[in-house]
Design a protein around this ligand. Structure first.
Ligand code: ADP
Ligand code: MG
Length: 206
């Protein structure tokens, strides 16, 4: 597996399409255990990312990731903006200056991103947040003997589904205490869409 700047750009564009398609579903999830704006936040953020990345051609993967991070931080209201922004910024730093990244670089980037979310959100695993998708996905990528996009997508999907049974300990969902169980975490769902979108663009090529 080898991704260049154009491929990362394509990944972000397809993530945007997926988020726009699922905007209402994400908002529904956030209505159950939050304030009902997650779909709106993510749709605004990723549309801004798509617009920003269209403005220029990029030489490095890290520059695409950095502009993605900065745009999410500035355009997304709510907790998820700085969290997704930090994730992409850490990913960018992990592959700084690289024109292409391979499976090992990608795994390192997602691991750093997951750690960034934990630092920024002061969140631990199993507290029912987006990190419960990023961490298992990072682990899968590190353990896989060969990069398999479909298996990564499946890992992210199962991780998202597992958040359903968790009781939220961070963010607005924590106010719902035990009542937060029984619903998928909105940030986990949008994180799944991100990994699914990558698997989908790679599947089209292969
Ligand atoms: P807000 O909670 O401000 O309305 P969003 O609705 O856009 O923001 O995002 C909610 C998501 O953010 C949650 O589903 C959860 O995944 C994530 N989240 C909230 N607080 C934290 C935190 N402290 N650490 C990690 N993730 C968090
Ligand atoms: Mg919300």
């Amino acid at each position: 597996m080898e991704l260049n700047a154009a491929a990362i750009k394509q990944w972000m564009h397809h993530t945007n399409e997926t988020i726009q398609e699922n905007k209402e579903y994400l908002t529904d999830l956030d209505q159950k255990i939050g304030d009902g704006d997650h779909g709106i936040n993510m749709a605004r953020g990723f549309q801004a990312v798509a617009d920003k990345l269209n403005e220029q051609d990029y030489d490095t993967v890290s520059d695409v990731l950095k502009d993605t991070a900065m745009t999410l931080m500035s355009k997304v209201g709510g907790a998820s903006g700085p969290l997704f922004g930090t994730a992409f910024l850490r990913f960018s730093t992990a592959v700084k200056g690289q024109e292409t990244i391979n499976a090992t670089d990608f795994a390192k980037g997602i691991r750093e991103a997951a750690q960034g979310i934990m630092d920024r959100g002061k969140v631990q695993p199993e507290e029912k947040t987006l990190v419960d998708v990023w961490l298992p996905t990072a682990q899968y990528l590190e353990d896989a003997s060969e990069f398999d996009a479909e298996a990564m997508k499946q890992t992210a999907k199962e991780a998202m589904e597992k958040t359903k049974d968790m009781v939220a300990a961070k963010g607005r969902a924590a106010y719902f205490k035990e009542k937060s169980a029984g619903h998928i975490d909105p940030g986990a769902a949008s994180s799944y869409y991100l990994f699914a979108a990558l698997a989908e663009i790679l599947g089209e090529e292969g």
